[in-house]
Design a protein around this ligand. Structure first.
Ligand code: ADP
Length: 405
């Protein structure tokens, strides 16, 4: 008699961006991924990086041309079959950038949910179409396996009217024209880490600076989102890699009325040609390149960026009437000691000061403020995939309980 070996159960987290697909595979009860990978430069050649639980590279035996998100999904499938043939995926969790008003927590993806997501494409054109493409690709790759959407906007639904409204006729607020905030999965992770590492600070006033290619700030008071810099769409607030951030709406009217620009031109300029890229005169949207360039154009972009982060942190602190902790996270926040230094120098009037050694030489999660600083400053690497998996696992468990009752 042959005994059929039971497969281990796992969860897959997918984070599908405009030109990338990040993925992480978790074993049932584990908080550490068995495999984490990134397919980058989708549509322009492609680049695959996969690591195991120890951070060691996992190399697939063939090379891939990543023309589409479906091709990237094939990498995920091949990696699972090749490195983890004994893990059976019991649910796939997806990062979805915009959840609009309808979605304030993770949800099982049904045809109706997909229809609603399609309606939100216009509000997050850089992200939502790729999130949806990732969902379709995963539904095809894992037929019959529950798919769960986790929204970047859900964390911010606790904000009050004065924090999430625009001063336009009130009926628009009722129709859903309001600030949704984004990067919610990242903020949820940092919030949980602060609760774990410094429970007393978690009960206080925390400003998180998520500074990546997309960048935003969030004021978190006693563990709940109080205010954030991103608005109705993911273009508002801080300047980003290629997005303009906060902009006088009069500039848009001017472009439309005087310059005769089309909506398509506006979308291109504001989403793809602005931010660090635009400020540096087209040099780069990448903080590493700007930091190393040493040119006036690069400096201009860095100065503008750090100046707006300072102003934004102060405004987040004002929303909470205080600040006990500032956390830097995401690519620039985690890795650029220069940006962290410039931001804290700009906030010196609030009494903050950095420990230079910890800021420049430390690695990973750490305190970087000096002993006499008026508020604490930390670096905490973010992990959106862990939040996706936690939510996915919880939703499946809830469903199982509901089915038994
Ligand atoms: P995304 O929003 O695409 O997830 P990331 O969080 O990966 O973005 O952040 C990308 C940004 O982080 C880029 O601007 C990149 O230059 C910056 N970055 C990454 N590593 C460093 C570093 N060592 N020094 C400065 N900036 C860095």
């Amino acid at each position: 008699m042959t005994v059929k070996k039971e497969k281990a159960k796992g969860f897959l987290a997918l984070n599908s961006g405009s030109s990338s697909l990040k993925f992480a595979l978790y074993l049932d009860e584990q908080e550490k991924e068995s495999m984490v990978g990134r397919c980058e430069q989708i549509g322009t050649g492609g680049n695959v990086r996969i690591k195991d639980i120890e951070g060691q590279p996992l190399v697939l035996p063939k090379t891939y041309s990543l023309d589409t998100h479906e091709a990237a999904m094939q990498v995920v499938l091949d990696a699972m079959a090749y490195f983890f043939p004994d893990i059976e995926v019991q649910a796939v969790g997806h990062r979805v950038v915009h959840g609009g008003r309808s979605f304030d927590g993770p949800i099982f993806i049904t045809p109706k949910v997909l229809e609603n997501l399609e309606r939100l494409v216009k509000l997050a054109p850089l992200h939502e179409p790729h999130n949806i493409a990732g969902i379709h690709a995963a539904m095809e790759a894992f037929p019959g396996v529950p798919q769960i959407a986790c929204f970047d906007t859900a964390f911010h639904r606790s904000q009050s009217f004065v924090d999430n409204a625009f001063a336009i006729p009130y009926h628009y607020y009722e129709e859903g024209i309001l600030r949704y905030g984004f990067h919610g999965l990242s903020y949820e992770y940092i919030n949980a880490e602060v609760a774990r590492l410094a429970p007393e600070l978690h009960q206080g006033k925390v400003v998180v600076a998520h500074l990546g290619n997309g960048a935003s700030l969030c004021a978190i008071e006693a563990g709940r989102s109080k205010a954030s810099t991103m608005g109705f769409t993911a273009i508002d607030g801080l300047p980003m890699g290629t997005r303009c951030g906060q902009l006088d709406p009069g500039v848009i009217l001017h472009f439309l009325e005087t310059e005769g620009m089309s909506i398509k031109d506006l979308n291109r300029i504001l989403y793809k040609e602005s931010g660090l890229l635009g400020l540096s005169g087209g040099l780069s949207n990448d903080m590493r390149v700007l930091t190393e360039a040493g040119t006036e154009a690069a400096q201009r972009a860095i100065d503008y960026f750090t100046h707006k982060v300072c102003a934004g942190v102060a405004s987040m602190a004002a929303a909470m009437q205080g600040i006990n902790l500032l956390v830097f996270t995401a690519g620039i926040g985690e890795h650029s000691s220069l940006v962290r230094r410039k931001v804290c120098e700009g906030l010196a009037w609030l009494g903050v000061s950095l420990d230079d050694i910890s800021n420049t030489q430390g690695k990973g999660t750490r305190l970087i403020s000096a002993k006499d600083s008026k508020f604490k400053v930390m670096v905490i690497p973010t992990d959106e995939e862990v939040i996706i998996v936690r939510a996915t696992r919880a939703l499946l468990a809830e469903k199982a309980v509901a089915e038994v009752c």
